[in-house]
Write a new protein. Structure first.
Length: 333
């Protein structure tokens, strides 16, 4: 059922992508605000309680609905529910329009438009970027978005669904990423900001949840790209990035398509205060605006954007082939 749920959700998302401003995402934002407003009292223990309400809560609700439908109606209803959840949590079209617009602007020679689109996408200062730096940042942001919106969701959904937990893994992964980003964003805007303890807790939890999916994505990039170079770059250059999990994905990408990644980070358009680092786990995740050292490879060029698209789609095909083989093995066995 896992294979068919993912396949149907991906096809639906390509035909009719979820609108950017939709009731589901509005509800999730309201849920995150409600959790922080009612449970975030500033202490470390309150941070974990708030996170447990905001993230595992929706995942358990998705699991309860899955089992309720499975027992009361049957597997077709449970499959439909999994497709609905994956449609909301999984998909390229939630970020690919940014990538496409910037790529088209660069192809047309309109670097000013490309800078403006990049700044709007990531809420960063990009007015003085040269062309190659625009391309580099677009590659980095796009690859990480593909990992978080597609491959990380696939990993958690597939693993937990194999144990009968339905779409709970997809909800857990996306909610963990969403609340970390949303609470940090609210703090930047000073709109009911989350406490430093809550932000540090969410960063630490997100780092743990994303640890295995990041390495699965990096391995998949190596398989469908230049394997030896991707593995070598992963082993020797992933630590050059401030975030350990992101570094693994970006280093593997750099080796897989032979492009130089890393360097000066774009600064947020909002004034931010650095979070206190309370443990070795939180350290790499907290430094999201820190500069990094560059990996080996060619300077980023617009042609590398096409290479990234090919890399991502080959990885999707690899995932679907593996899931199809596992489904066939279960049916035969």
């Amino acid at each position: 059922m896992t294979f068919f749920a993912i396949l149907i959700a991906l096809l639906l998302e390509q035909v009719r992508p979820l609108a950017r401003h939709n009731t589901v995402h509005a509800g999730l934002r309201a849920w995150a605000r409600w959790a922080s407003r009612n449970f975030d009292a500033g202490g470390a223990q309150h941070g974990w309680i708030t996170w447990a309400v905001a993230v595992p809560g929706p995942a358990l609700a998705a699991l309860a609905i899955h089992w309720g439908l499975l027992l009361a109606v049957g597997w077709p209803a449970a499959l439909a529910w999994s497709v609905a959840v994956l449609y909301v949590t999984l998909g390229f079209r939630q970020f690919s329009h940014h990538f496409t617009a910037i790529r088209d602007a660069l192809d047309a020679g309109d670097e000013a438009q490309a800078r403006e689109l990049l700044a709007q996408w990531q809420q960063v200062e990009a007015a003085l970027l040269p062309r190659r730096e625009i391309v580099r940042h677009v590659i980095e942001y796009s690859v990480l978005a593909a990992h978080r919106h597609v491959f990380g969701v696939l990993a958690w959904y597939s693993v937990l669904a194999a144990f009968g937990l339905g779409p709970a893994g997809a909800v857990l992964y996306r909610m963990a990423e969403f609340v970390t980003r949303y609470w940090r964003h609210r703090n930047r805007l000073q709109l009911q900001p989350a406490s430093e303890a809550l932000q540090a807790t969410s960063l630490r939890a997100w780092h743990m949840i994303d640890w295995l999916p990041a390495r699965i994505t990096a391995l998949a990039f190596a398989v469908v790209g230049s394997f030896e170079e991707a593995i070598d770059c992963w082993r020797h250059h992933a630590q050059r990035f401030p975030n350990d999990n992101d570094g693994v994905v970006l280093a593997a990408t750099s080796g897989a398509i032979n492009v130089r990644l890393g360097g000066e980070a774009l600064r947020s358009a909002y004034a931010t205060q650095p979070l206190p680092v309370t443990s070795s786990v939180a350290a790499p995740a907290a430094a999201t605006d820190a500069d990094s050292e560059s990996t080996p490879g060619r300077e980023a060029e617009p042609g590398h954007l096409r290479s990234v698209v090919g890399l991502v789609w080959r990885t999707v095909v690899l995932w679907m082939v593996l899931l199809a083989l596992l489904t066939l093995a279960r049916l035969i066995g």
